[in-house]
Design a binder for this molecule. Structure first.
Ligand code: NAG
Ligand code: NAG
Ligand code: NAG
Ligand code: NAG
Length: 213
């Protein structure tokens, strides 16, 4: 089932006003409702609330909860990542990956997945609030963030951001580098080949084409 259900879209509209996720169960439910575990071939049973925010040129960052639909022009990024309600040691390292499951369209995703971000060596930097720790990278991304750009006429795409524990030796992986084509990436296959295990956290956004596209 590749189509976004009406309930997913309604859910995202109803919850548009709220900010970040505060419940792992709600995140898991949103992933299941949007059929992400099946379409991405992942097991999604998060143990950490992974938060995503998009800085804006003016005004506060747009905070994301799983399944929110954002106007494309709010997603220029690069986004910031944090973890919530979990105290993480500064020694712990994470990998973050972001993929578009619906390129070029949800009905016919022949070039999915598109890799929109891949980076390692994320460590908790500072407690922003008592509840939230920002994740800061200690090395450059393997695949820099690319803004969602669904083609004109497409339904909104699902852009899925996943947090993994970083295995030893990740910095020496050679499967993907900055020149590896971003099309037809497979996060499930990459995770299994690199030994990332299942994602420990995640979130996703829906983005449709620019109204001017
Ligand atoms: C995005 O575009 C809408 C109109 O399509 C506009 O109202 C809004 O201000 C724009 N936001 C940004 C961040 O440019
Ligand atoms: C963090 O990532 C950004 C984007 O990839 C990069 O420009 C920056 O140099 C990285 N930070 C460090 C400390 O390597
Ligand atoms: C990226 O990987 C390809 C294929 O493994 C390799 O040929 C190329 O030299 C690598 N590029 C860089 C910049 O490391
Ligand atoms: C991605 O790889 C998994 C195996 O890890 C496989 O089950 C799945 O079909 C692949 N997805 C695509 C789109 O090729």
């Amino acid at each position: 089932m590749r189509f976004l259900s009406l309930s997913t879209l309604l859910l995202s509209l109803v919850t548009l006003a709220s900010s970040q996720d505060t419940s792992l169960a709600a995140v898991r439910r949103a992933f299941n409702t949007a059929n992400i575990p099946a379409d991405a071939a992942i097991t999604f049973d998060p143990s950490i609330l992974f938060e995503l925010a998009f800085p804006q040129t003016s005004g506060p960052p747009v905070e994301v909860h799983a399944g929110i639909q954002l106007p494309r022009n709010a997603t220029a990024g690069p986004p910031t990542f944090s973890v919530r309600d979990t105290v993480v040691s500064p020694r712990q390292s994470f990998v973050v990956a972001a993929v578009d499951l619906d390129a070029p369209t949800p009905q016919n995703p022949t070039s999915a997945q598109i890799r929109h971000f891949l980076g390692g060596d994320f460590h908790p930097r500072a407690a922003v609030t008592l509840r939230t720790q920002t994740l800061a990278n200690a090395t450059a991304a393997i695949s820099e963030f690319r803004q969602p750009t669904p083609p004109a006429g497409s339904d909104p795409h699902r852009y899925v951001f996943l947090l993994f524990n970083q295995p030893r030796g990740f910095g020496r992986q050679t499967l993907v580098n900055s020149t590896t084509p971003i099309q037809n990436f497979n996060i499930s296959q990459f995770a299994s080949e690199i030994g990332l295990g299942n994602p420990i956290g995640g979130t996703f956004i829906l983005v449709g084409p620019d109204p001017t596209a």
